[in-house]
Design a protein around this ligand. Structure first.
Ligand SMILES: CC(=O)SCCNC(=O)CCNC(=O)[C@H](O)C(C)(C)COP(=O)(O)OP(=O)(O)OC[C@H]1O[C@@H](n2cnc3c(N)ncnc32)[C@H](O)[C@@H]1OP(=O)(O)O
Ligand SMILES: O=C([O-])CC(=O)C(=O)O
Length: 371
């Protein structure tokens, strides 16, 4: 085989898997999740509906959704040892690294760690879905010398997550918008983190290992880390005029602007960014404060005119999370918490129909040397 001819830097356009989980149909502007459009799901259904769809292949009835929520609530708690590990981390640790450490350590507590059947993986996925928000919120509190917060089981799954991160109770609009953001982040075909998880799972490694690798991948600024970087940029600018100026300066010095561009959407707007833009408008209307929205729209115009680049989800999720009062360092961990459902669906699928990932290389080094 002429393997030289098949090399695509960054595997651009390469089909890495067959999957029934999701597909980005850029032409039709549709993010297909098990047959449904993600944006329609976000507008008409909630995060737990999408979790059930991803893990059990169908949208749940209201009764089943309640059962599922109770199941997650029963699993919110963390072993004491996990809290001690999080507490022992240096205060400079980023919450994404704390999440990676906490999740990895959690594997030792799972009674069916080595089960790779779809049922076993699903059970572990539900445990992870329940515990990851607790790790995310409480690693932040512990890293800031604050007491961990106990989950409030009277709240819905996503309202409790928001409460645990912020220590505050939120109104209906805030809870709804946060839940919608979790749907937006829940699954997205074959990004770097999902590819990482599937590659790890293909060695028959367990779901904790696969997802721990995915956390590491998601932290990078070219991927999930961009939402945090977007907010830092907006805060650094502070005003609409300064933001425009900052963007021109960055473009002048050939810097990448976080929150813009996408390997698959390329020069089109990410449909999830439009969803979060609408959510930002609703939050701005409620507060009668349009500063962030106006800055973002101005930034969008600069980038369209100067580079022909459009926002991805991270660009509009960042200001939404800011208005919800979520600490900036938690934006990427929240992305991961939401993506746990999609990642788990991919690991289940990989284990069910496995072939080890083992590609080849174009060797460009020397030959024939002798020591
Ligand atoms: C939810 C998510 O994880 S979405 C991704 C979040 N990440 C970001 O927002 C980070 C900023 N964006 C980027 O760095 C890129 O758009 C990526 C990494 C997401 C995708 O990039 P790729 O498909 O690898 O495209 P590539 O890096 O080849 O860029 C193509 C061209 O567009 C330019 N470009 C792409 N994105 C940007 C950007 N955000 N700012 C400035 N220029 C950009 C590149 O410089 C390059 O220009 P050139 O051809 O003149 O050299
Ligand atoms: O699809 C990608 O490459 C990145 C992304 O938008 C996501 O993971 O949500």
């Amino acid at each position: 085989m002429d393997i030289q001819g098949t090399y695509k830097p960054g595997l651009e356009g390469v089909i890495a898997s067959e999957t029934e989980v999701s597909y980005l149909d850029v032409e039709a502007e549709e993010i297909v999740i098990k047959g449904y459009d993600l944006i329609e799901l976000a507008e008409k259904k909630g995060y737990l509906d999408v979790v059930a769809l991803l893990l059990e292949d169908q949208l749940p009835s209201d009764t089943y959704k309640k059962i599922l929520e109770e199941r997650l609530k029963n699993d919110y708690g963390l072993p004491k040892a996990i809290l001690s590990i999080l507490k022992a981390l240096p205060k400079e640790t980023h919450p994404m690294d704390a999440l990676r450490t906490g999740m990895s350590a959690l594997s030792g507590f799972d009674p069916i760690l080595e089960e790779r059947t779809p049922e076993g993986n699903r059970e572990k996925a539900y445990r992870l879905l329940a515990k990851i928000p607790t790790i995310v919120a409480n690693s932040y509190h512990l890293l800031h010398d604050k007491t961990p917060l106990a989950p409030d089981v009277s709240l819905s799954f996503s309202s409790n997550f928001l409460y645990m991160m912020t220590g505050k109770y939120h109104g209906d609009l805030e809870s709804e918008v946060f839940d919608q953001s979790l749907v937006a982040y829940s699954e997205h075909e074959m990004p770097n983190s999902t590819f990482t998880a599937r590659v790890i799972a293909s060695t028959q490694a367990d779901i904790y290992g696969a997802l721990t690798g995915a956390v590491s991948s998601l932290k990078g600024h070219l991927h999930g880390g961009a939402n945090e970087a977007v907010m830092m940029m907006l805060l650094e600018a502070g005003t609409l005029e300064n933001f425009r100026k900052l963007l021109y300066e960055k473009l002048q010095s050939k810097e990448r602007i976080m929150g813009f561009g996408h390997r698959v959407y390329m020069r089109k707007m990410d449909p999830r960014a439009s969803l979060m833009k609408r959510a930002l408008k609703r939050l701005s209307d409620e507060r009668q404060d349009y500063r962030l929205l106006d800055m973002c729209i101005a930034g969008e115009e600069v980038m369209a005119n100067e580079k022909g680049l459009y926002p991805n989800l991270d660009y509009y999720a960042a200001p939404v999370y800011y208005l919800l009062g979520i600490p900036i360092e938690l934006y990427t961990p929240v992305f991961f918490a939401a993506r746990t459902a999609g990642l788990a669906a991919h690991v289940i699928e990989q284990h069910k129909n496995n072939r080890l990932f083992r590609p080849r290389v174009n060797y460009t080094g020397p030959r024939g040397l002798h020591p």
